[in-house]
Design a protein around this ligand. Sequence first.
Ligand code: ZN
Length: 50
Amino acid sequence: MAEITIQIKGYKCERCEHEWVPRAKEYPTICPSCKSPYWDKLRRNERGKQ
Ligand SMILES: [Zn+2]
């Protein structure tokens, strides 16, 4: 038996860093943990930081 690694596509919330694997095929609209609709948007720091 060969050993393989199966990678599952998942998502990570940029707000609370929660990671999850969606059951539905649709792109998640909110983070299931913090319920933020901006879970996939990086928080923009004020002017030029980062
Ligand atoms: Zn979150």
